[in-house]
Design a protein around this ligand. Structure first.
Ligand code: FMN
Length: 212
């Protein structure tokens, strides 16, 4: 998959190649926090749609876009989900006015002819190669999950990502046909009472960055 696959006949001119100001950086990164409790303030379906509509623009390999989103609202759906959360996460999800169950579409390659029209044959390459399909699906869906969290923040909402749940239970409950597989659950809403844990340290540049 070289650069040639990115050649298209369409040309678009980016209008926004400029640095995000300090406020924007604070909203997305430096002051954004992981919420552990939520206020009852509702989050509307329109707002939830917009979160996806923004996140979808961030890049994936060969434009695969394998992430899928199930929005769960308060009521019967949320009760069904809470039952599969680990004990430490149950109260968090029970207080969230919206929850996104992020999943990978294990048959994401079906969309390749539409998403990558100049390499439609990649669909068959992926269909024939289980390892490539699974690795690529998981990697790119996980990347998109990160974009999704940032999009929640970009909408002025707090996200609470969680890996602590019974994946087999969530999949059986919400995706019984087996095509979507849960990768991350994200509580979404306005922060509630005592929503933050203490800020944990981040690694120093010297531990993380090398130069060549
Ligand atoms: C992939 C992922 C899985 C996480 N799983 C859980 C979880 O199961 N339960 C929980 O309480 N927090 C969970 N967290 C929250 C992290 O502990 C938290 O985002 C991190 O410590 C940073 O906190 P901060 O944004 O307030 O600085 C998870 C976060 C991520 C990104």
């Amino acid at each position: 998959m070289g650069h040639e696959i990115m050649t298209t006949t369409e040309t678009t001119t980016p209008t926004s190649l400029q640095p995000l100001d300090e406020t924007g950086r604070a909203v997305l990164f430096t002051e954004a926090r992981t919420a552990n409790s939520f206020a009852p303030t509702p989050v509307g379906d329109e707002e939830l749609s917009q979160i996806w509509d923004l996140a979808k623009w961030a890049p994936t390999a060969a434009n695969f876009q394998p992430l899928r989103v199930l929005y769960v609202r308060p009521g019967e759906g949320r009760d069904r989900l809470v039952a599969h959360m680990s004990d430490g996460n149950k109260a968090k999800t029970a207080s969230a006015p919206a929850v996104a169950v992020l999943a990978v579409d294990t048959a994401f390659h079906e969309h390749v002819p539409d998403l990558l029209p100049f390499r439609p044959e990649l669909k068959d390459v992926l269909a024939a190669d289980d390892e490539m399909r699974e690795t690529s699906g998981m990697f790119n869906a996980t990347l998109q999950a990160g974009y999704f969290i940032l999009s929640v923040r970009a909408h002025g909402l707090a996200a609470g990502p969680m890996k602590g749940y019974d994946s087999a239970g969530v999949d059986a409950e919400f995706f019984p046909d087996g095509r979507w597989r849960t990768i991350l659950i994200v509580n979404i809403g306005h922060p509630g009472e005592n929503p933050w844990f203490g800020r944990l340290p981040r690694l120093d540049e010297s531990d993380v960055v090398r130069w060549a």
